[in-house]
Ligand binder design. Structure first.
Ligand code: ADP
Ligand code: MG
Length: 300
């Protein structure tokens, strides 16, 4: 069931009943497993703007799927390592990480760590070593496809992974290109704010370039509206404009702006672990369920 988070009230039942139902689903995940996808999905979370909710959406969607029985791997491809922090995996310099994977020195099996938040939730951390890699990659052979080469089906089979989410840095450099080449799908988080759509054209044309030259399979499958503030008219205008432009690609669930969501990483947690009954947590579970349901409809 999808809710209408912008109103906070579903079609049936009272608002309080709806809220209780949503909280129950977060608190008792074993009562509503999400479907495993028809085939493994590799989803890159990209937007060259910083602070739009890429990392927050990556870790919380991944946690939502994992909590409901779906095996999920987060690849932290941002040298800032924010996803690694939120999933509380070791990412001190020297830890086997995505950097060693890009260099071909470690396999994903070596670098993946299980997050304490769920046995189904794994993360390849980013260490500070990744910071210089945009420059190091330039002179390497097959520099655009090193992540793809590291994410082999054999290794992902060994880890029994259903979903891979790649969290990108806020740029369109070689790291993001590697993420776009390694993926089947792109998920674009859009913040419900002024200027939200600015720069989107540039992102889309970069995606087209990658489609044309490096990865024909790539599609923009999912757009997620984040940090929605119901008190502002602007948030609704942005929502409508994005829906008009992108139609069904936009998830029905909208992530509200919520203090709990922003506090969680400070405790090395996703919001699902930090405050499972909060609106932020429930919205991410709803969004994860939508993603999972699309994964069994698509048969490519
Ligand atoms: P990005 O990865 O695109 O740079 P982040 O996911 O790190 O963006 O989010 C930017 C900031 O906004 C972070 O401080 C994060 O905690 C906060 N944030 C993200 N989503 C929400 C939300 N729904 N409500 C409140 N704060 C949020
Ligand atoms: Mg980030």
């Amino acid at each position: 069931m999808n809710t209408t988070p912008d109103a906070g009230v579903g079609a049936g039942g009272t608002p309080i009943a709806e809220e209780a139902l949503r909280a129950a689903r977060v608190l008792h995940p074993d009562e509503g497993f999400m479907p495993r996808p028809t085939r493994r999905r590799v989803i890159t979370v990209a937007n060259q703007k910083g602070g739009v909710g890429k990392t927050t959406s990556t870790v919380n969607l991944a946690a939502g799927l994992a909590l409901y029985g779906v095996r999920t791997l987060v690849v932290d491809l941002d040298p800032q390592g924010n996803a690694s922090t939120a999933l509380d995996v070791d990412h001190r310099s020297g830890t086997p990480s995505v950097y060693e994977m890009l260099l071909g020195e470690a396999s994903v099996v070596d670098a993946a760590q299980t997050s304490g938040q769920s046995d189904n939730l794994l993360c390849v951390p980013a260490t500070i070593d990744l910071a210089g890699s945009e420059i190091e990659l330039v002179s390497m052979a097959s520099r655009e496809s090193r992540l793809k080469e590291a994410l082999t089906s054999e290794a992902l089979d060994q880890l029994d992974i259903d979903y891979v989410f790649v969290d990108c840095p806020p740029s369109l450099g070689l790291l993001t290109v590697n993420a776009l080449v390694a993926a089947h799908e792109v998920l674009i988080p859009i913040q419900c704010e002024y200027y939200a759509l600015e720069g989107l054209g540039q992102l889309l044309s970069n995606i087209e370039l990658v489609q044309r030259h490096l990865n024909q399979e790539l599609t923009v499958s999912t757009i997620l509206l984040t940090m929605y503030d119901g008190r502002t008219k602007l948030a609704d205008q942005v929502t409508q404009e994005v829906r008009r432009h992108f139609g069904d690609v936009v998830l029905k669930t909208i992530i509200p702006r919520s203090v709990k969501v922003s506090e969680a990483p400070g405790y090395g947690q996703t919001v699902l672990a930090y405050d499972p009954g909060s609106r932020g947590a429930m919205s991410y579970v709803d969004a994860a369920r939508e993603v999972a349901e699309r994964g069994v409809k698509e048969r490519r």
